[in-house]
Design a protein around this ligand. Structure first.
Ligand SMILES: CC(C)(COP(=O)(O)OP(=O)(O)OC[C@H]1O[C@@H](n2cnc3c(N)ncnc32)[C@H](O)[C@@H]1OP(=O)(O)O)[C@@H](O)C(=O)NCCC(=O)NCCS
Length: 220
């Protein structure tokens, strides 16, 4: 499993214009629809990370590939079902994870006011655990769980169609439980949580256990 990490502050306005022809036609058109400049840069950088990974892993150039989407919009590489990747962005950071089986990644800057998200995001057990934490630890706890859950949801491709407050991990047994009214479904999943910086949490979710290689030397 590889994780590419880029910082959008590396991409100035002129650099953005210079890099624009490097992305696919579909991405180019999507970027034009974003109103905010940081959204455009995050979208551009995300695809550039995928293109770099495709080149390194498959030896293919941009004009030799195209993207499809599965489930609720999860992007996949057309004709290469064994090439698994996923992208996430938050504030200044863009992450792209690749693995040998379906992968989901999430990066999130610290959720500053967790209270309004508690019941939406946490199971009853997690809510009780959070209640017992000192105020200074709550933001980190919520952000960590949010990232774990989103990385799982992105691995499956179901995205936010799965209610976050029904998902609970057991890190010791590498399982995730989906706590539906009709009963609990348990699945195997491995979470890797790279330390990115003090201001962000990140999680990568896979069905198989793989060592992580982090690549930060991204030069645009
Ligand atoms: C996938 C999803 C959870 C991403 O949430 P997010 O926190 O805003 O975004 P992240 O930065 O972590 O990830 C965005 C990237 O995930 C990827 N992605 C998009 N849909 C995905 C899906 N269903 N599964 C996995 N990855 C997905 C894309 O690469 C996207 O980057 P891009 O927008 O630049 O192409 C969210 O968009 C979602 O639930 N989508 C599914 C569709 C859906 O159910 N929509 C609800 C409509 S009511």
């Amino acid at each position: 499993m590889k994780l590419y990490i880029a910082d959008i502050r590396q991409v100035s306005k002129s650099k953005y214009e210079e890099l624009l022809p490097d992305v696919s036609r579909e991405r180019y058109e999507r970027l034009l629809q974003y109103h905010q400049e940081p959204d455009r840069v995050r979208g551009l950088v995300g695809e550039l990370l995928i293109l770099r990974a495709v080149k390194e892993e498959l030896g293919l150039e941009k004009n030799q590939i195209s993207f499809d989407s599965v489930e609720r919009g999860k992007p996949v590489l057309h004709g290469y079902p064994e090439f698994h990747f996923n992208v996430s962005h938050s504030k200044d950071l863009v992450l792209c994870a690749i693995g040998s089986s379906p992968v989901g990644v999430d990066v999130q800057s610290l959720i500053i006011k967790p209270d309004r998200l508690i019941s939406k995001c946490l199971t009853e057990k997690e809510q009780a655990a959070m209640h017992n934490l000192p105020d200074g630890k709550k933001s980190e706890y919520m952000t960590t769980l949010w990232c774990r859950k989103e990385s799982y949801m992105k691995m499956t491709g179901k995205g936010l169609a799965l209610p976050m407050n029904l998902i609970e991990f057991d890190l010791l047994s590498n399982t995730v439980a989906l706590l539906y009214d009709a009963g609990m479904i348990q699945e195997v999943c491995y979470l890797t949580e790279p330390q990115i910086s003090d201001e962000y949490k990140a999680s990568i979710c896979m069905r198989t256990k793989e060592d992580l290689v982090v690549i930060r030397d991204i030069n645009f």
